[in-house]
Design a protein around this ligand. Sequence first.
Ligand code: SF4
Ligand code: SF4
Length: 79
Amino acid sequence: MGNYDIQVSTESCTGCLRCQLVCSDLYTETFNPSTARIQVVTSSADCSIHFTEACNECGVCVDHCFHGALQKMKREAEK
Ligand code: SF4
Ligand code: SF4
């Protein structure tokens, strides 16, 4: 379990893919959205956002979403 509980607001997503680019850069050292641990799928009518099993909930993608489509809540430390 990661540091953050990440919430998504798909209605605010523009499909810019900044989140995917920053995640792929951070963890695969490439700017390749398909390797990101967050996957955004947009169509003219809809948007879906999901996280792969490899996501460690570091929250970095949230910091790079400028459209308010991702939010993070700090988890309480486990006892
Ligand atoms: S929380 Fe971290 S690991 Fe998960 S998708 Fe975002 S940047 Fe990638
Ligand atoms: S979640 Fe944010 S950063 Fe990712 S595609 Fe949507 S608007 Fe862009």
